[in-house]
Design a protein around this ligand. Structure first.
Ligand SMILES: C[S@@+](CC[C@H](N)C(=O)[O-])C[C@H]1O[C@@H](n2cnc3c(N)ncnc32)[C@H](O)[C@@H]1O
Length: 228
């Protein structure tokens, strides 16, 4: 499995620096994002449950507050991230809670193709991943990869920073629509970008909400079943 490099046209140095930054942030502060599940995963549990889904692929899972929440609700979760430190924390937490039969964790940089074969996954979840330091083409490739691995009718739920967040104006504007603050680089999403990324999908829900003083957007989209 490749880590720390960009599979396509992105900025390799930026990607490597961000990976090191995340890894050392998790090493310095275990449970960096807290133990409470995100607002997005609470909604995902309802949606996935209603759709009869049992397996979830989580991307950018970090130390796994949401993976553990999904597992507690009976889902089997395959969690990936490009920080081995965070994934170790998730593995240990899953063991402590007796959820390790329902949680697997694997190192993966989402700039590389996703490991699953075509149309083999029923649900993908990603909280605060798509707004990381991806170039526009990396972002498009990632969403195309998610589309590729999902079965027809499969669901993708993601949450990102909203461009309407007043904090956005305090971030330094960088190239390619990225923004930087305190060494972290990311992207604020507007509805136009959400729409562009959802072009090949059925865009079911785009919901603004507030979480930890941030304005966020939660998006649910479905891979259309082929017309008969
Ligand atoms: C803001 S954190 C969110 C973590 C988790 N989803 C949560 O809500 O607790 C973003 C996560 O994305 C991961 N990440 C950033 N870029 C990545 C990449 N290219 N491939 C895989 N993971 C990445 C980071 O390591 C970090 O764990």
């Amino acid at each position: 499995m490749h880590t720390g490099h960009t599979g396509n046209s992105g900025n390799v140095e930026l990607a490597r620096a961000q990976q090191e930054r995340w890894d050392s942030a998790y090493a310095r502060r275990p449970e960096l994002h807290g133990v409470e599940p995100s607002a997005a995963v609470r909604r995902a549990v309802e949606l996935f449950g209603a759709a009869g889904i049992v397996d979830v692929l989580e991307l950018g899972a970090g130390h796994g507050r949401d993976a553990l929440f999904l597992a507690r609700h009976g889902f089997s979760v395959h969690a990936t991230d490009f920080s081995e430190t965070a994934l170790d924390q998730l593995r240990h937490a899953a063991q402590r809670e007796g959820l390790d039969d329902r949680v697997t964790a694997a190192l993966h940089d989402v700039r590389d193709p996703l490991p699953p074969a075509d149309a083999t996954v029923n649900a993908v979840f990603a909280n605060l991943l798509l707004n990381m330091a991806f170039s526009p083409s990396e972002l498009r490739s990632l969403v195309a990869e998610i589309h590729r691995v999902l079965c027809p009718g499969g669901v993708f739920v993601y949450a990102v920073w909203s461009a309407d967040d007043p904090q956005a104006e305090h971030w330094q504007q960088l190239e390619d629509g990225l923004a930087g603050h305190d060494g972290f680089v990311g992207r604020f999403f507007d509805k136009e970008l959400v729409g562009a990324l959802g072009e090949d999908w059925s865009l079911d829900e785009v919901t603004p909400y507030q979480e930890e003083q941030r304005l966020m957007l939660r998006v649910t989209m479905t891979k259309a079943a082929p017309e008969s």
